[in-house]
Design a protein around this ligand. Structure first.
Ligand SMILES: Nc1ncnc2c1ncn2[C@@H]1O[C@H](COP(=O)(O)OP(=O)(O)OP(=O)(O)O)[C@@H](O)[C@H]1O
Length: 314
């Protein structure tokens, strides 16, 4: 599935069908079916060890699926020569040779993929490493390595970009920069697929989500649809007389939990809670609506699929 977009960019999707990978007796990825579309940033979210890197490696043809398939633009990626023109990827920021300078590392990549040498300085500039171009990678911070890895992904100006945990090691300014870069790449009509094990990272980065747990698909939907799973809001009520308010709230059909002199009310909006308090002359010193965070929705959905939950010493 590949066509020319409005701006002349090649529009390419990633399509996984029943994608499965077993390592010996262990199933790392299990019958994953999802599509990653152009023009938006898609977050690939799952707890540690859930199979994200394995999936990304299969997309790139670095690992062969045990069964099922994954295509980029309708074909397995491994069939394409000059790969960096089709898909750019940051898999492991540590895999560049420490003895090389940043410029040399990218020049080697460019030559191997028959890309114009001028791309090297263009991408170094783009990722903010122009001043460090002549320095050895061995002396780079993790954040600089991430930037270099992103430069390598951008080198071939590809329509599809894969990033495995790209925010690791970046300072807040770096995180903001990466988010802006992903937005721009998506706005240009590219397919941008970004893995993370942290919902909080994806919340401000992704438009769409593919969520997995223990190699299985948990959700593939927009961020807003995913947020809708976070459940109905609760109202937190602070009052000097919780007992006097609890009765009317229960009578109005709310579910009420009292803890440390505070009421947590489900099933009624804050305005209605306020009205009842006024009518029954109960003084309030707090009335807050609390929507479950995306993080909570993520934790809840993946609760059964965390490989090594805290406290589990297997
Ligand atoms: N080459 C391999 N040989 C055997 N098992 C592997 C191999 N690569 C991955 N695994 C196993 O497959 C499972 C999925 O690993 P993977 O690295 O894909 O997960 P991940 O979601 O990327 O995790 P993380 O966020 O920790 O990087 C894990 O249980 C891992 O131990």
């Amino acid at each position: 599935m590949s066509r020319r977009g409005a701006g002349g960019t090649v529009v390419v999707m990633i399509d996984a069908r029943e994608l499965t990978k077993r390592y010996g007796g262990r199933t790392a990825v299990r019958e994953l079916t999802f599509t990653v579309r152009p023009g938006r940033v898609t977050g690939f979210l799952g707890p540690n060890g859930s199979g994200k890197s394995t999936t990304l490696r299969m997309i790139l043809g670095l690992h062969a699926p045990t069964s099922g398939s994954v295509t980029v633009g309708g074909r397995p990626f491994a069939e394409r020569s000059r790969g960096l023109r089709h898909v750019g990827a940051l898999l492991d920021a540590g895999d560049a040779h420490g003895g090389l300078t940043a410029r040399r590392h990218l020049a080697v990549l460019a030559r191997g993929n028959r890309l114009p040498p001028a791309r090297v300085d263009a991408v170094l500039e783009e990722v903010g490493l122009a001043d460090a171009a002549g320095r050895r990678i061995g002396g780079f911070s993790l954040g600089m390595r991430q930037r270099l890895g992103i430069a390598g992904a951008l080198l071939g100006d590809p329509p599809v970009l894969l990033f495995d945990e790209p925010l690791n090691g970046l300072d807040p300014e770096g995180v903001r920069w990466v988010r802006g870069l992903f937005r721009r790449l998506a706005a240009e009509g590219r397919t941008v697929f970004v893995s993370s094990h942290l919902m909080t990272e994806m919340q401000y980065t992704a438009d769409e989500l593919v969520v997995i747990g223990r190699g299985r698909l948990i959700a593939a939907e927009s961020l807003s649809a995913f947020a809708g799973r976070a459940g109905s809001p609760q109202v937190l009520v602070g009052t000097s007389d919780p007992a006097a308010l609890a009765g009317p709230l229960l009578a109005a059909g709310a579910v009420v939990v009292e803890e440390a002199g505070r009421l947590t009310v489900s099933g009624l909006p804050a305005a209605r809670v306020g009205e009842l308090a006024l009518r029954h002359r109960v003084p309030l010193h707090e009335l807050t609506t609390r929507t479950a965070s995306l993080e909570e929705a993520f934790m809840e959905l993946t609760a059964g699929s965390v490989e090594y939950p805290a406290g589990d010493l297997r």
